[in-house]
Design a protein around this ligand. Structure first.
Ligand code: FES
Ligand code: FES
Length: 162
């Protein structure tokens, strides 16, 4: 099958990949860019384990063709750490709040939460639940995940007001 060159920005770096035109974005990012935070859960857009941000919005990368990534700005969990590899506040909050058990779903939940934690106004727990409704977790019962997202959003809003 034909390959095509795709150029996009991944975690702040411009990259070019040669991809099979049938490949998903998750295959390209995990297989070629080595970004292991992207999990193959269902591979049909049901579980959110493969969530990445594309131009700032969360998408299931397993059902997003790699071809569509041409010219896009893609952020994965790896891109949340700083240049020294220190994890971000939302990752730390997931640890602190016990929102991680097996961890398979965690990168997807964290990426889905980025649009919430970057808001200027606080979200209700119901709003947070709606935002992460496309992400499934079989271990945690969700409560601690919502706690971690709510805590990070509150902390960031307070920091902006300083
Ligand atoms: S692996 Fe993509 S939504 Fe489940
Ligand atoms: S922590 Fe195991 S699936 Fe969510």
């Amino acid at each position: 099958m034909a390959n095509r060159d795709i150029t996009c920005t991944v975690n702040g770096r411009k990259r070019t990949f040669s991809v099979d035109i049938r490949s998903s974005l998750s295959d390209m990012l995990r297989g070629q860019a080595g970004l292991d935070s992207i999990k193959h859960g269902c591979d049909v857009g049901e579980c959110g384990a493969c969530t990445v941000l594309i131009d700032g919005k969360p998408f299931n990368s397993c059902i997003y063709l790699a071809l569509w990534a041409e010219g896009k700005d893609i952020l994965t969990l790896e891109g949340l750490s700083d240049t020294k590899g220190t994890i971000s506040d939302i990752q730390q909050a997931f640890i602190d709040e016990g929102a991680v058990q097996c961890g398979f779903c965690t990168p997807g939940f964290i990426m889905a939460s980025v649009p919430i934690i970057t808001k200027d106004e606080p979200s209700s727990r119901e709003e947070i639940r709606k935002q992460i409704a496309g992400n499934l977790c079989r271990c945690t019962g969700y409560e601690n995940i919502v706690n971690a997202i709510e805590k990070t959003q509150k902390k960031r809003i307070a920091e902006k007001k300083k």
